[in-house]
Each structure stands twice: as C-alpha cells, then as structure tokens.
Design a protein around this ligand. Structure first.
Ligand code: CP
Length: 336
C-alpha cells in the first residue's frame, strides 16, 4: 500500500480537505490531544522560517509528540538529490539514505525547500520534496516548496471564520501581485490560486504584465477546479476593476517566471509597479473586503500600515491557523 503524503491540496479530495478544516476547528477549541503520543516528527528546513517552524514544533508538542528540527548544510550533513552522481563535491549523503534513516526514527517527515531561482524548468519539478516522498516509507508534509498547502488551509479557515460559513462559493477573490525589492517564490501565489478556485470562489489574478502569470500547472489546476466547483478564474492587469466589489484581497509578491536565472532585466520592470501596494484607497473599492497575507510582510512596500492595522486585516488569524491546520494534517497522517 502506498503511503499518503500531504504534498499538495490538489492530491486530496474535497471531503478530505473539509475534514482537515473541521478537525482544525476542533483543535482550535481544545488545544491538547494525544494523536501524536509517542510519535516523532522530523522537520527538515532548507530555508528560514518563523511561523512554520514554531507552529509545527508546538503543534507536535500539543498532540503529545516530539519534533526534531534539521537544517541540512547547517546543523546536518548536506544532502545529494541527483541519481548516479559521483559524490566528490559538497554533499555528504544521499536522499535515498537520509529519508529512509529519518523514517526509522520519525513517524512523519516535513520538508521546506524553496526553488533555487536559477532555472524554473528544474525548480518546477519540486525535486527535493519529490525525492523525500519517493524514498520515505512514512508520510511527508510540504512545509513550502513551490506550493504552500499548509498556508492554503490556514487561509481558508480564516476566511470561513471571517464570513461565518464554510461555503465560500461566489465570493469575489482577488489574488494581487505586490512589489518587493527581490523576486520571491511563487509558492503562495500558486497555492492561493489553487485553493481559492477549489472552494468555488470567483478568482481574479491581478498582476502587472503577462510575464507575472503563474506556471501553467497551477493555472491548469485552477481551471480544473473552477470546472468542478462552479467558481471562475480571470487574469487582470487593471487594479481598479480587479478590486471593485472584491470580498477578499490576498496579496503576494513573486518573480516573473520568464526571468528565472536572468533576474537583471526583471528588476527595472518590477520597479515600475510599486503602486501595486495594497493601500486604503484600493481597499475602499472593495465590497467591505477582507485583506490577508501569508506573512512575513514588508510594511509600506507590500501593504500600508493603514491596511495592516485595519479591522479588515486577518493575517494574524491566518498565521494562528497554521498551528491548528497542521495539527489536523499530522493527526490524520499519523492515524490513517
Ligand atoms: N508563512 C510562512 O510560511 O511563514 P514562515 O516563512 O515564517 O514560516
């Protein structure tokens, strides 16, 4: 029997996702449980984190388990992922051994591995996560690679709480690109598009130019999702019409895919669109809309102080919900 991982929400059925959200609501009411009693979780971080690391470690503890954090290349040996390599470079051990050994100690492995931002055709293979899933005989959780499925569930839970219903169909949802001085990962944008369409919302992807449209895999998932859920999907480069009447504004910055590996020419293009910042004037165009962001967020670059400090901002609720949804995911995977 193949092991069930949590790599992308798209791999999970809608009833399974709804059950995770219901369990997360229950964990929010009752903090402690024994679903991970006597169990261990290995958290493997190739990139920095504040929310993800803290919420996974504390969530494991609150369910009676123990979490171990490893940072390959820092406090653990650097790992080789290519097959057939003569390992005479910097890597000290192969993922084939790492995943199997960790699985002898831990009941769940979780992985954060951002793209390298050099060649999108390689990055889009999600090779680190795929290799852990291939070699691990225990469940693997995606803690953000080229998607961020834990963030997706936390985001949806926060929206369901805000609107007082689990049925988000028909809500006008704007995923807006925002400026950032560096080209960032597309993971949260891919994920927002995926889950918002899955929930049947009417989704607008607002970005400066066609170069900022997301990878065809995630645009395709979104198209599949709207066909199933009855939502809709459109791309816009016009700020005013995209914000008009919106119920939800979700902001994220990301680098333009055609410039992966050659970011020099992208910077002056990106610098022309600092006005995509989420501000009070744009939010005033919405239907008393709610604002959120995955965090971390650079204030007065991605969103203004006024928006972040307004009652419309539910980013802190979303961050809190990371704890609850991840406990639900771990409890489900550890007790199939
Ligand atoms: N949103 C999120 O994943 O935050 P961290 O990068 O701090 O983990």
């Amino acid at each position: 029997m193949s092991v069930k991982h949590f790599l992308n929400t798209q791999d999970w059925s809608r009833p399974e996702l709804d059950a995770l959200l219901d369990q997360a609501r229950a964990f929010k009411q009752t903090k402690l449980g024994d679903q991970l009693k006597g169990k261990a979780v290995a958290l493997v971080f190739f990139n920095p984190s504040m929310r993800t690391r803290t919420s996974f470690e504390l969530g494991t503890f609150q369910l009676g388990g123990h979490a171990v954090v490893l940072q390959p290349g820092k406090d653990a040996w650097p790992i080789e992922f290519d097959l057939g390599t003569v390992m005479d470079g910097d890597t000290e051990e192969h993922i084939a051994e790492v995943a199997k050994v960790l699985a002898r100690y831990a009941d769940i492995l979780a992985v954060r591995a951002f793209p390298k931002f050099v060649d999108w055709q390689i990055d889009r293979q999600d090779r680190v996560l795929a290799a852990f899933a291939k070699y691990s005989p225990v469940p693997v959780i995606n803690m953000e690679t080229i998607t961020h499925p834990c963030q997706e569930l936390a985001h949806i839970l926060a929206l369901q709480e805000h609107f007082g219903t689990t049925d988000l169909r028909g809500k006008k949802y704007v995923l807006t690109w925002t400026y950032h001085p560096k080209p960032l990962n597309t993971a949260v944008a891919n994920s927002a598009l995926t889950i918002a369409t899955r929930m049947g919302m009417d989704v607008t992807l607002l970005c400066p130019t066609p170069d900022y449209i997301l990878d065809e895999r995630y645009m395709g998932w979104a198209q599949d999702n709207v066909a199933e859920s009855g939502g809709s999907l459109q791309v816009s480069h016009d700020i005013a019409s995209a914000y008009a009447g919106a119920d939800v504004v979700y902001a994220k910055s990301w680098g333009a895919l055609p410039f992966f590996g050659n970011w020099g020419p992208e910077k002056p293009i990106r610098d022309q669109y600092k006005h995509f910042i989420v501000d009070e004037a744009k939010m005033a165009l919405t239907n008393n809309g709610v604002f959120s962001h995955c965090l971390p967020l650079r204030r007065n670059v991605k969103a203004t102080d006024g928006v972040m400090d307004s009652p419309a901002c539910i980013a802190i609720n979303e961050a809190e919900n990371r704890l609850h949804v991840q406990k639900a995911i771990m409890a489900a995977l550890a007790n199939p």
